[in-house]
Write a protein that binds this ligand. Structure first.
Ligand SMILES: Cc1cc2nc3c(=O)[nH]c(=O)nc-3n(C[C@H](O)[C@H](O)[C@H](O)COP(=O)(O)OP(=O)(O)OC[C@H]3O[C@@H](n4cnc5c(N)ncnc54)[C@H](O)[C@@H]3O)c2cc1C
Length: 384
């Protein structure tokens, strides 16, 4: 009887693929990863690296459990190898009375969900974060202590190295162009013509939708979201927190539990904010530079990925930082677009494309926060 070369082949070395590979290897599986570029350069490289454990999903949703499991995954690995995971407070700034009201309502409810937060009055905010300009209309803030950070330029590479140490075989510059189930096992073909076999295959393709099962992905109604991002030159001050704007309070699902959240959405989701899904996030990297963004524009996956940037979005973000946050940012050093897939109603996309070959994607803007926990469950459900 023929036997497969691997228990599991994973296509794609983003956070979903790598966290699945590591957790499968920890369970004793023989794992092979294929990545089409020399290193991860998809959403896992292009993001902020904010691990917002308590805000990227509703507190009572399954996704918060994934976030807590993801934290456990990062902590466990960080104890053995530096993957750049660290605690970093999340600072949510309120400019308007309604933003401040929602933060207060959240503070009331947080203990019920074991979410450690502290409210800061205007005075406490400027005392603790003296780099903020008191001339602005900042009303107060909330600190989320259960917030963490990874360095986007490091985390993918370091997880890849860690996976290799665990015995996962990694093959970069290897585009998978065909996967097929026949004669009791999954067969894989690379663009180079090389073929491999495995008992099961997990395709964590990120926003790449043209190579494997394109029709199936299109039928699913997935959307590609484009996000405009920027990196500044180093800021001399240590921000001591990841900064989320009032617009993030109206955007992030955790705040939906607050009675005044819908009023806040009605108030702030207007004009360019609504048109381009803008909210302002400010994340300092290990060199002191600020990763700044972002916007959200959604198109069907069969459309070409948006290659240009809209200057009106860039200007809006810079002006908001200056006027509402009171932060003088250094000159912009570079800009890029990031992409992820999302679904209009589902929080991720999981399909068995053919026997023992699974597509897992469309985790949208929460992959660095929830990805490893989500993939742990995918392994339990479909692979182990
Ligand atoms: C701008 C931006 C900011 C974000 N900020 C945050 C944040 O602060 N916090 C947070 O939690 N989340 C954030 N996210 C979301 C998070 O980055 C994504 O959810 C996550 O990285 C998705 O991981 P992935 O593995 O699905 O995709 P990717 O990281 O895109 O990885 C997919 C990989 O598969 C490879 N691949 C695809 N097809 C093939 C093939 N046929 N053969 C071989 N290789 C293939 C690709 O080359 C790629 O490396 C952000 C996303 C973006 C775009």
């Amino acid at each position: 009887m023929n036997t497969a070369q691997f228990d599991l082949i994973i296509v794609g070395a983003g956070i979903l693929g790598l966290s699945a590979a590591i957790q499968a290897a920890e369970q004793g599986l023989k794992v092979q990863v294929f990545e089409k570029y020399a290193q991860p350069i998809g959403a896992t490289r292009r993001n902020f690296g904010m691990v917002g454990t308590s805000t990227l999903s509703r507190p009572n949703a399954k996704w918060r459990e994934y976030a807590l499991a993801t934290r456990e995954f990062y902590q466990r690995i960080q104890a053995q190898a530096d993957i750049s995971f660290q605690q970093r407070n999340g600072l949510y700034l309120a400019n308007t009375e309604l933003e401040w009201l929602v933060l207060n309502e959240f503070a009331q409810a947080a203990a019920d969900y074991q979410i450690p937060v502290s409210l800061l009055s205007k005075q406490q905010l400027f005392d603790q974060y003296a780099y903020l300009n008191p001339e602005t209309a900042l009303r107060g803030a909330m600190v989320f202590h259960e917030d963490y950070s990874v360095e986007p330029h490091l985390v993918g590479l370091r997880l890849l190295q860690y996976a290799e140490k665990l015995g996962v075989q990694i093959y970069c510059n290897a585009s998978v162009v065909l996967t097929q189930f026949n004669q009791g096992m999954a067969h894989i073909r690379l663009a180079s013509g090389q073929t491999f076999t495995a008992n099961k295959v997990m395709i964590c393709h990120g926003e790449e939708t043209q190579l494997l099962y394109p029709e199936l992905l299109q039928q699913k109604g997935l959307l590609r979201c484009t996000l405009q991002m920027a990196l500044t030159k180093p800021l001399k001050v240590n921000l001591k927190a990841s900064i989320y704007s009032g617009l993030s309070i109206s955007r992030y699902p955790a705040f939906e539990i607050c009675p005044s959240h819908q009023d806040l959405r009605n108030e702030s989701q207007i004009g360019l904010v609504e048109k381009y899904g803008i909210h302002i996030l400010i994340k300092q990297n290990e060199f002191g530079q600020i990763i700044l963004g972002d916007s959200h524009e959604y198109y069907p996956i069969e459309d070409i990925p948006q290659f240009n940037q809209r200057e009106e979005i860039n200007q809006f973000i810079l002006q908001y930082c200056k006027e509402n946050i009171g932060l003088e940012l250094p000159e912009i050093e570079s800009r890029w677009n990031g992409y992820y897939l999302t679904h209009p109603t589902e929080l991720a996309c999981v399909m068995e494309a053919e026997t023992n070959i699974f597509l897992v994607s469309a985790i949208a803007g929460k992959g660095m926060t929830t990805g490893a926990g989500f993939m742990k469950e995918m392994l339990e459900n479909y692979i182990l």
